[in-house]
Design a protein around this ligand. Structure first.
Ligand SMILES: Cc1cc2nc3c(=O)[nH]c(=O)nc-3n(C[C@H](O)[C@H](O)[C@H](O)COP(=O)(O)O)c2cc1C
Length: 184
């Protein structure tokens, strides 16, 4: 059971990256959570480049999406939407189609009391249009400054909610595998 983690923040002290780090520590074999290292390495999407000289890093990302059983996407909210870096990554994924029917769980951590609700709403709409299966369960982490320390989630109810979300995602991924005729 392979889960691919994507983070929409490039900030070194990112709360959202800390969510992924915590999720990795909560993941036990046979489940595996692999975090894609730094979406900032992707060039800006350009349809001409996609047609003529597909960047190797984009091919790698598409391949990682295709090989996973589900995705955990964690994003800050910037200007009432997701981050540019994550939107750019999604634009590169459109043409490959690997994300079709892939179960996706969404998390947003924000310093604001709203917890990044607009970012998740934006992502849910876009990913659904792309054919992904956004699971109904998600996680909002408002007032993040109170809930993290040393690059990890420390707030116990938030850790428990993250564990539950990982279980929900694994369940959806197992069902998707069954539907594809492979062993879960
Ligand atoms: C340019 C910018 C725009 C932001 N816009 C919003 C916003 O619209 N809504 C919100 O809840 N938080 C907003 N924030 C706050 C971020 O969500 C918050 O700083 C968050 O911790 C960033 O994620 P990170 O810790 O993973 O880097 C904004 C922050 C920045 C720097």
């Amino acid at each position: 059971m392979k889960i691919l983690g994507l983070c929409g923040s490039l900030r070194s002290g990112s709360f959202n990256a800390s969510v992924l780090r915590t999720a990795v520590s909560l993941t036990i074999a046979p489940r595996e959570l692999v975090v894609w290292p730094d979406l900032g390495r992707l060039p800006f999407f350009n349809a001409d480049v996609e047609q003529t000289e597909m960047p190797g890093i984009v091919a790698e990302l598409r391949s990682a999406v295709g090989a996973c059983d589900g995705m955990l996407i964690v994003s800050p909210e910037y200007a009432h939407g997701t981050s540019g870096v994550l939107k750019n990554a999604l634009e590169w994924m459109v043409g490959g189609g690997e994300i079709a029917a892939k179960p996706v769980a969404l998390v947003s951590a924000s310093t604001a009391i709203t917890g990044g609700d607009n970012a998740r709403a934006w992502l849910s709409q876009t990913l659904t249009v792309m054919g992904a299966q956004v699971i109904p369960q998600d996680l909002r982490i408002p007032q993040a400054t109170r809930k993290f320390a040393d690059g990890r989630v420390t707030d116990e109810p938030t850790v428990a909610a993250l564990r539950d979300l990982l279980d929900d995602l694994a369940d959806a991924a197992a069902k998707a595998r069954e539907n594809n005729g492979t062993l879960a």
